[in-house]
Design a protein around this ligand. Structure first.
Ligand code: HEM
Length: 455
């Protein structure tokens, strides 16, 4: 195996070694699949023999095919095919007799429901009933065409729902659909560009990035690990995967944004700075820590907080500053970068969108949100660390900062909000929280293709 895990993958010219590595790796880890429609089918194993047979025959999408499709799309604009992925939880591994191979992986071993530090108020009371049942296997299907997607998912749901034949009980189907703004950038339900900042592990992706201030380059080893499921003496890689269904109270958030703008005395276009302080970026994706003039598409990711040490531009609790301090945490730059996961989430729920301006018009207070999904080499050192030591931690990066106003889960300290750009003078203390609720989730492992065949 000549693929070096200590660096990004050189996918400019794919040699024989790289090709066999990529053919054995599931798609979506190295780069997001980009399809606009996603279905997550949560399954409980009823008959291990039949479930194994089903998974052996499931046409899993590999990373090599995905990269070829990306090239094809760039050349011809022809979209790629259906994406099909497989994930197993620790309880799924146990049902198939593989739990011994996955001991010692901390949070993964016990499952998310048994991880009170990442639950709202430490319990699963906020979870929807379907997601409190055993979630052994997750199948993800994604496609660009809505009508064909519905047919493909319907057929698959019928197949896995036939318990006598498949060995599974279909517990729940969760659909996701992407929304884009008028620049064609993906947005989440509060209306902000999302998915822009990512650690990048492919040379082709790095080639398109400005990297003078903040370099998103990341080694493969930050996302993939040797797969314990492959036959002895062979190699294959998998990835730990976090799923969280996060419901967003859009009406409440938008009201709170306005209330914060009022409290800060912001007027005119400057009122947008209230929400931008909460997120750390303006709705169009412009980082608040940069000058407001520096807009454009694609939005900037080449920034850090070096010139904003007091938090006068982007407050310390701003969502993107809490979740990626970019070298301004006590751990330093390499540490902060090493915590980052490959985020592959998609929004769920339907919104009313203006066909011309692409603005999301309605303001639901439930039924919409984010299907947060991330790949990492270690749940403990990445997702779990980020959620518990950074975003939920009122004392990070320094005492009295408060929780992340979007995804912080427990917290009573008011956060500090500067009314004037680039100055903390007269900062207002106000608690901003409670507009995102965890409706369920689980920790999974994404096996290699050979690992699935060897289940
Ligand atoms: C409903 C829930 C969430 C919403 C509305 C949300 C929204 C956003 C938005 C608008 C951005 C800026 C765009 C970008 O830089 O990609 C962002 C970035 C980010 N989010 Fe979230 N997010 C949510 C959940 C989470 C969760 C659960 C985590 C991890 C525990 C997380 C971690 C991050 C990270 C690491 C970044 C990139 C920060 C950077 O590198 O500058 N987010 N999020």
């Amino acid at each position: 195996m000549t693929v070096k895990l200590t660096q990004p993958l050189d996918d400019v010219v794919i040699g024989t070694q790289e090709k066999s590595f990529l053919r054995n790796l599931q798609a979506n880890i190295l780069k997001g699949h980009g399809r606009e429609h996603v279905a997550l089918l949560f399954l409980e194993i009823r008959n291990a023999t039949r479930a194994r047979q089903f998974l052996h025959g499931f046409p899993v999408s590999d990373a090599y095919t995905q990269l070829q499709e990306v090239r094809q799309f760039k050349a011809t604009r022809a979209p790629g095919g259906v994406v099909r992925l497989v994930f197993l939880s620790q309880s799924g591994m146990a049902a198939l007799g593989h739990d011994a191979k996955f001991q010692g992986f901390g949070a993964f071993s016990a499952g998310m429901a048994a991880d009170p530090q990442v639950l709202d108020d430490g319990a699963t009371d906020s979870w929807q009933a379907e997601l409190t049942q055993p979630l052994h296997v997750l199948l993800l299907v994604a496609y660009h065409d809505e009508a064909d997607f519905a047919r493909i998912v319907g057929k698959l749901a019928g197949d896995v729902g036939d318990t006598a034949a498949s060995g599974f009980e279909l517990r729940f189907v969760q659909e996701g659909r992407a929304y884009k703004n008028s620049d064609g950038e993906g947005i989440e339900h509060f209306g902000y560009v999302d998915g822009r900042s990512q650690p990048l592990m492919l040379k082709t992706e790095l080639a398109g990035e400005a990297r003078t201030v903040y370099d998103p380059e990341a080694p493969l080893a930050q996302f993939i690990v040797p797969d314990p499921l492959v036959p002895a003496g062979t190699a294959g890689f998998g990835s730990f995967f976090v799923f969280r269904k996060l419901e967003q109270n859009v009406a409440g958030f938008k009201q709170a944004e306005q209330a914060l703008a009022d409290t800060l005395g912001l007027v005119g276009a400057d009122r947008e700075r209230a929400g931008a302080q909460v997120v750390g970026r303006f709705e169009d994706g412009t980082p608040i820590t940069l000058d407001r003039q520096e807009m454009g598409v694609p939005v900037r990711n080449d920034f850090d907080y070096g010139a904003d040490a007091s938090g006068g531009k982007c407050p310390f609790q701003g969502h993107i500053r809490k979740s990626n301090p970019r070298g301004s945490s006590p751990g330093g730059l390499d540490f902060d970068k090493g915590v980052q996961m490959a985020r592959r989430g998609i929004t769920y729920g339907c919104r009313l969108q203006d066909p011309d301006s692409k603005e999301l018009i309605d303001r639901p207070n439930d039924g919409v949100g984010l299907l947060f999904m991330s790949y990492q080499a270690s749940i403990e050192k990445q997702f779990h660390f980020m959620q518990t030591q950074w975003v939920n931690n009122e004392g990070f990066p320094q005492g009295g900062v408060g929780i992340d106003p979007i995804i912080g889960q427990v917290g009573t300290l008011p956060q500090s909000w500067p009314p004037v750009y680039d100055s903390t003078a007269g900062a207002v203390q106000k608690l901003f929280r409670g507009f995102v609720a965890l409706k369920g989730g689980e920790y999974f492992f994404t096996p290699s293709i050979a690992g699935i065949k060897n289940l």
